[in-house]
Write a protein that binds this ligand. Structure first.
Ligand code: FES
Length: 567
């Protein structure tokens, strides 16, 4: 460890003359822990997003046991505690509505308790960023351990990824090329084990980011959930947090500007999820670092896309693990990274990844033979997105990267699903599908509605992609020529609210443009007449959310949770 020892935070709770110092010892005794269990030892919190309602995290109680073994081995005292769990499949309208709430739960659970260091257990999409946001705000030594990706799916010999192939086969079901029986069989073949989605979706992207930021042990991201080495990783994290808790290597010391730039480079090199942009901005905002969208685009232009995983490529997380995982990937782009950043190992990033070789050349490509010379995400601007919109060119159709088409507009998600398969819908493959009111305020919570379905009558012609635009998000496992995060959102007076059926829209990814062919005065007049407020809430968390949520280009954090330095 490169940092000097610090005194234990937990002492304040126990070395106090007031009754509560005595009571806290009595409380530990009530759980069977006498003084020798914890006296003089760092108390290590294990912050667990386990839930049976979150299938991706349903094995995290087991993993917590491995962390505890490591903590005991290293001379610490482990205490597991639950925080809210956010499961993508079950939560309505979207887990994103609750990411900031979980981050508050994490921050307050850590700061209110006698904890000297914490291991963060997450996995499903929003749990990892929320843990990192909360830990950044609490700012005590922390290590992220993710639950790992699921095993590969397989149907009739074809390897399948959740949920890229769920989406692909749902399209085929709607197109009539597979049967209801096939669809039922697929349900048992795609999600084969515990763990998070095993494509390079949001969960895998955020796990990669955890390593790139220096907040997870090297190799953490890609070990499959049910591989015995996942438990070994958790045990190692338990040992390491004991050492880390005795230093001042807090999240604010590790998550520096250059650590975030390393993480952005990695997102581009892996063809990561569009959601990563929102989460990285939010995490950085907690430690007083501003990440403008322009930075993401600038680094995209100089970072090669190397990782051949679905939805942008061919393979799955299990293959990434066998190919060497994040350390090998980072080693491939080491010339683009700041290798001097200190990490939770107490060593620099450069020391962590030195000598890490890639083993499967088609999974992790070389810089000389990339899947694309540029990164996986692009930021668009124009009169339809004055403060930015995002597209994932690596998962889009090359022939639609420059496209002008007629707008077919849906007022909201309900309107979309009521009319998209109407045989009388006036739509052609060259049109641009637009959905309004899917943003942070309008939906609310910015659900993953941006992967707008292709109308059935277009599918019937064999077409599988169209330009689609919204102020919603898209699942990291989704694909297609899908523009998301158009900001400001329509329910915040954004220009998406001005679009009407028949307008001409131009998408120009090489020149990073997204524009609506109407005059400025016409735009202003239409926004005034078309714009609708988001839903009204009279009480509770949604009331708080509606008043304090920021737009996508600010990370959709609550304004009062961002660092004071950015207020
Ligand atoms: Fe949890 Fe995909 S549903 S990561």
């Amino acid at each position: 460890m490169s940092s000097s020892p610090v005194s234990k935070r937990s002492k304040e709770w126990f070395e106090t003359p007031e009754l509560y110092g005595w009571l806290r010892r009595a409380a530990f005794k009530a759980e069977g822990f006498d003084e020798p269990s914890y006296e003089g030892k760092p108390i290590i919190g294990i912050c667990n997003t386990w839930s049976e309602l979150t299938h991706c995290n349903s094995h995290l109680r087991d993993l917590a046991e491995s962390v505890k073994i490591g903590v005991w081995q290293a001379g610490g005292f482990p205490m597991e505690f639950p925080v809210m769990s956010l499961g993508e499949y079950n939560m309505k309208p979207t887990t994103m509505l609750y990411r900031n709430l979980l981050s508050m739960d994490v921050e307050e659970s850590i700061t209110a308790n006698p904890i000297d260091g914490v291991v963060l257990l997450g996995g499903c999409d929003k749990t990892t960023p929320a843990l990192l946001m909360g830990a950044a705000s609490a700012d005590i030594p922390s290590i992220l351990v993710t639950g790992g990706p699921q095993l590969k799916g397989n149907w009739k010999g074809e390897e399948l990824g959740s949920c890229t192939d769920c989406r692909r086969y749902e399209v085929e079901l709607r197109a009539g090329t597979i049967t209801e029986d096939d669809w039922a069989e697929l349900q048992s073949c795609i999600v084969r084990s515990n763990g998070h989605c095993m494509t390079m979706g949001t969960a895998s992207t955020m796990a990669t980011i955890g390593e790139a930021l220096g907040m997870a042990l090297p190799g953490n991201a890609a070990i499959p959930a049910v591989d015995s080495r996942r438990k070994q990783m958790a045990e190692a994290a338990g040992r390491q947090i004991v050492a880390l808790s005795q230093t001042d290597l807090k999240p604010s010391k590790l998550m520096t500007q250059s650590a975030f730039e390393n993480a952005i480079r990695c997102v581009h090199a892996i063809g990561g999820s569009t959601n990563a942009i929102i989460h990285l901005i939010a995490i950085a905002g907690r430690v007083g670092i501003n990440l403008p969208l322009e930075l993401f685009d600038e680094l995209s232009k100089t970072t090669p896309f190397l990782l051949n995983l679905k939805p942008s490529g061919q393979y799955l997380m299990e293959d990434f693990y066998y190919a060497g995982g994040v350390p090998a990937l980072m080693n491939r782009i080491s010339h683009l990274l700041d290798l001097s950043n200190v990490t939770v190992t107490g060593k620099t990033l450069g020391e962590n990844i030195s000598g890490q070789q890639a083993h499967l050349p088609d999974v992790i490509r070389t810089v000389d033979d990339p899947l694309d010379p540029e990164g996986g995400l692009a930021v668009l601007y124009g009169n339809l997105a004055p403060t930015g919109a995002i597209i994932k060119p690596t998962a889009a159709s090359p022939d639609l990267m420059v496209h002008t088409g007629r707008a077919v507009v849906f007022n909201d998600h309900d309107d979309l699903y009521a009319r998209i398969d109407d045989p009388d819908l006036d739509v052609t493959p060259d049109d641009v599908l637009v959905m309004k009111n899917g943003g942070p305020i309008g939906a609310p919570g910015m659900p993953e509605w941006g992967f707008l379905p292709i109308p059935k009558k277009i599918l019937a012609t064999g077409v599988r992609d169209m330009v689609r635009i919204s102020d919603a998000r898209m699942s990291g496992t989704a694909f297609g020529t899908v523009v998301v995060h158009a900001s400001p959102e329509s329910a915040n007076g954004g220009p998406l609210s001005a679009v009407e059926d028949g307008d001409q829209i131009t998408l120009d990814v090489p020149n990073r443009r997204l524009s609506l062919d109407i005059s400025e005065s016409e735009m202003d007049a239409r926004i005034k007449s078309n714009y609708e407020n988001g839903p009204e809430f009279q009480r509770g968390f949604k009331w708080l959310h509606a008043r304090h949520i920021t737009q996508a280009d600010k990370g959709c954090d609550f304004d009062f949770l961002r660092s004071e330095a950015l207020q």
